[in-house]
Structures are given as C-alpha cells and as structure tokens.
Ligand binder design. Structure first.
Ligand code: C2O
Ligand code: CU
Length: 551
C-alpha cells in the first residue's frame, strides 16, 4: 500500500547539556526527535531501524490503532523489542484524533531521549474550532539525566529505593537560563505583538508532573490528548507525563522578554525531588530595552495538590455540534482498580530498601511481571503458560483505602502476569482508587488503544452510592492519560470497541517498571471488520522460529 512513509533510525549521538557531553540514543540524530505532521484520518508507516546497542520499541502515544495492536509498540505486551540491527515497519492508523500527540520509546526508560511530537491537523477542508492561529510551536517538556539512563534504571533496581531524579527539566531539549552552561541555548519563542500562537505542549518527562506558566500572560487551553476542550483560561496549569495540551497564547502584553517556566509538581517526594526550574523566553519583536533577567511567572508550591486537582476537575470537552461526545450510559463492566506502592521482602533481606526490602507497585495488588513472550503473540498464536486471565476484581466497598494501613491482603502484592478480558463492544466504567501505602502518590494513568471520558474525580475513598450521582456525563474531557490524585479516586468510561491487546499503566516510568500496569484483551467481534488484523510480515516476535533439523 502507498502510505506516506518515514524513516526513523535509532542511533547514539553525542549531545552536550549541563557542561557535560555524553552519547544519547536518538531518532535520526535529533534530540528531541523529529516531529510527525499528519492529518486526521491519515494512515502512515514508519520504518524503524535499530542502529543502537539496546533493544528498543517505539509507541505512538494516544493513537488508537484500530484492530491493529501489532504496531502499538509496548515491549513484551504487544511485541518483542526490535533487536540491534533489526528493522520494523510500523503502521500508524489515525481515526478520530485531532490535535497533539507524541511518540516515544516504550522499553526500559529509553524514552528519556527517544521521543518527539505528532501534530494532527484537521482534515483538509475543515478547520480548528477556534480562529486560525498565526503560528504553531511544539513545546516539548522533558528532562535531562547526566548519568546514562540505562545505568539509572539498573541502580534503581539494585538500590530498591526512590532516590533517582533527573538533573534538569528541559523545554525543547534545552534546560534553560537557570542551569549551568545552558544560557546560550535557551529556547526562544519570538512573537509579534497582536498575534496569536498555538503552543502544542507535551510532557515527556520520565518521572515528573510539571507546573507550567508564562510570565505576564494567561493562556487558553483548547485541546488535550488530541481532543478539543471548552476554552479554559489559566495563568498556570499542571501537565503529567504522557499528557498533551493545545494552548493559545495571545501576544497582548507590552513588548518585553517573558519567561515560560516549568517545575515539578509532586506530593510523594516529601522534599526529595528535582526542585529546579526549566525556562524558555518569549521575546516580543520591536525596539525596546527588555528586562534582564526576563520577567518570571508565578508557579504554585511543588506540593500544591489542591491546585492540581482543581485544574484536572475543570477540564471540559468542547462537546459542540461538530464535536459531539458519546459517553457510554449503560455500563456492562464495572471495574474498580486500586493503585498502590508496596514493598516486598527480598530473599535473605538482600535488597537495600528499608529492612532488606524492595519497592513494588501494583494494580489491585497484582504487580505485573513482563512475560518472556509478549502477550499479543501468546494470545494470537495460543501459546500456553504466558499469561493468566484471572486478574482480580475488588469491590469498592470493603476497605478504607486511604487509611495509613491496609489489610494484609492489600499490602502484600502478588507478582504475576494476569490480563483482564473484555467482550467486544462492551461498555466499561473503571474507577481508579489511590491508596496511601508508602505515603501514596498521584498516578498519571495511561491507556493504550482508546480514549476515555473522565466522568468523575474526588478526594478520599470512592463512594459507590453517592459519587456516581455527581458524574459529568454531559461534557467530560476525552483523554488517554489522566492524573489520579493522591488520596483520591477518578472514574473513566470507554467502549471496548477495539479488539486487541492493550496496555494500561502509570506514566511515571519508575512506577511502571515496579509493576503499576494492567493489560486488557478485547475480544474480536463477529464480523470480519470487527476482528484484529493479521501481524505484519516483519513483526518482531519473541518466540524463536523452530529450527528445521534434518535427521
Ligand atoms: Cu506514553 Cu504506554 O505510553
Ligand atoms: Cu504511578
């Protein structure tokens, strides 16, 4: 087929940041990686060549990939990694997505440097639901680690502790003015007074939610996760790893230099975290003497969870005639998933966490173990012994989930590879319940293969009787990643109309590798166009082909 196609060559290239040069893994030598420009409804193909020394996969974050989990890119969930020297042609099937998404490596923590933007324009002949901006600028928030990212992950497992933080946050790959050796390369956004700019903001950071603001200006959020929002004016907002916001910036202030800045939002770290701030400069054109340093914006305290929950709760779908919403009203599957951080004893207390333990994370007290053969392959080829189908369901009634201590059966997680089976076209309501184990944390939960409506969010334990009465079923935001608040709950709804194997996980990579993941298998429907497609011919499979031996 003649899809437009692109070439991604994964390779190591030296980059210098924070006075230090090191080799980082890149796509086509670029950091951040190349931007993909597409239109709503397009199908494209990307040829991924692995010329690096690590196994890798690439994921198209937020692209639903109807009936085609094969090229979704989640390591050991939908494929084996692409080995060094190998190549994989990945088809990207866009349907309803319109706005900003991104792509990133989805194996170990390689996404720290292997990521880029995906800009999805309206179909030709249609337009934005707001006045056409004068210019559009991708703003990729990220982080920089002085240490090699592979070593960081190894140490995390050896130490069993929480003590791994990036050395800088970045805007379009640059730490900005406030970091050593970084001033000169600070990202500069040149603006003309009177014009409007569409900022396509992505948080690609490995571990951190971020507060974001521009000095002297309010911004108007008009989209999130490639779906339109009712315009929401804010002086700052919070963005989690995995989330995207389309934001209008009107250059309507007196000509000057204004900082755009981002810093960590965290409630779990209790003071131990990267408390630095990344900056870029919004520079008005014209003849004037700019403030030096540029004007600095207000950002909330690092642990201002009130500001964060408030913001998440204020998002609304545009939900107008051209952008109707379709929230499932009758629910077939009510799921209730607890999100916990736990510790387990290591053999002979051998780990270096508290009392010889190490940290795990879990969903319904199952800490997901990556199988040796990816789940999609095992499912499609009926390979036994790879995964179980007894993912536990918890009732929302029995426990005080946000108490300091929980019953033992909630505290000791089971290491397992269990999946949840969903019937084709069934409607699902999933309530995430945060717990307080190990002080708790917010969790930016991300689902592959779907966008979901965020119908409710609250603090404390979910109340099965009362909370559903307060759901927003009129204009809930449509997302693929959303922050489940610490000590709180969040409810989503979606229709399981995409047959395949789909990953769901916390988008903090630390929590993901510790097991805060779940896997859905959505069964095929009856008719041919409701069944999973067949695997591409160059699919990186885990099961080695059986050698033909002659006797
Ligand atoms: Cu942004 Cu499973 O990924
Ligand atoms: Cu998490």
């Amino acid at each position: 087929q003649a899809y437009p196609h692109y070439k991604f060559v994964v390779k190591e290239v030296p980059y210098t940041r924070l006075c230090n040069t090191k080799n980082i893994l890149t796509v086509n030598g670029q950091y951040p990686g190349p931007t993909l420009y597409v239109h709503k409804g397009d199908t494209i193909a990307v040829d991924v060549y692995n010329r690096g020394k690590y196994n890798i996969t690439i994921h198209w974050h937020g692209v639903k990939q109807p009936r085609n989990p094969w090229t979704d890119g989640a390591a050991y969930i939908t494929q084996c990694p692409i080995a060094p020297g190998a190549k994989f042609r990945q088809k990207i099937i866009l349907t309803t997505e319109e706005g900003t998404l991104w792509w990133h490596a989805h194996s170990d923590w390689l996404r720290a440097t292997v990521y880029g933007a995906m800009i999805i324009y309206p179909k030709l002949g249609t337009s934005y639901p707001f006045a056409k901006p004068d210019a559009e600028i991708p703003i990729l928030l990220g982080d920089w680690w002085i240490q090699d990212i592979v070593e960081v992950v190894d140490e995390l497992f050896l130490s069993g502790g929480e003590g791994n933080y990036s050395n800088a946050f970045t805007i379009n790959g640059q730490p900005g003015d406030l970091y050593p050796c970084s001033k000169q390369d600070t990202f500069r956004l040149k603006v003309e007074k009177g014009l409007t700019y569409l900022l396509r903001i992505i948080n690609s950071a490995v571990q951190d939610m971020l507060f974001f603001s521009i000095a002297g200006h309010n911004v108007t959020l008009v989209g999130s996760d490639a779906s339109y929002l009712k315009p929401l004016e804010r002086s700052f907002f919070v963005i989690s790893p995995g989330q995207t916001f389309d934001v209008l910036l009107e250059a309507n202030q007196s000509p000057n230099h204004y900082y755009m800045a981002a810093k960590a939002y965290t409630v779990a770290a209790k003071g131990v975290f990267d408390n630095t701030t990344t900056t870029a400069i919004v520079e008005y054109s014209g003849n004037y003497t700019p403030s030096s340093p540029p004007l600095f914006p207000y950002l909330p305290e690092y642990n201002d969870s009130h500001a964060a929950v408030n913001f998440t709760g204020s998002l609304r779908s545009l939900a107008d005639e051209e952008h109707p919403i379709n929230v499932p009203m009758e629910i077939n599957s009510h799921l209730f998933y607890t999100l916990s951080m736990n510790t387990v004893l290591c053999p002979n207390n051998s780990c270096s966490g508290p009392n010889g333990t190490r940290i795990l994370a879990s969903v319904n007290n199952i800490s997901l173990v990556d199988p040796k053969i990816d789940i999609l392959e095992a499912y499609y080829y009926c390979i036994p012994g790879v995964f179980g189908t007894w993912f536990p369901d918890f009732p929302p009634l029995f426990y005080n989930f946000t108490a300091e201590d929980l019953p033992m059966n909630l505290e000791i997680p089971t290491l397992a590879t269990e999946v949840k089976i969903l019937e084709y076209n069934s409607t699902v309501e999933l309530v995430f319940q945060g717990t307080n184990l190990l002080l708790g944390s917010d969790h930016p939960m991300h689902l592959h293969g779907f966008s979901f409506y965020v119908v409710g969010v609250g603090v404390g334990d979910f109340d099965n009787e009362i909370d559903p009465l307060k759901y927003n079923l009129v204009d809930p935001p449509l997302s693929n990643t959303i922050i489940v608040p610490v000590d709180g709950w969040l409810a989503i709804r979606f229709k399981a109309d995409n047959p395949g194997v789909w990953f769901m996980h916390c988008h903090f990579d630390r929590h993901m590798v510790w097991g805060m993941d779940a896997v859905f298998i959505v069964k095929n429907g009856e008719s041919p166009d409701t069944k999973m497609s067949i695997p591409p011919s160059d699919m990186p499979l885990c099961r080695k082909p059986v050698p033909i031996t002659s006797k």
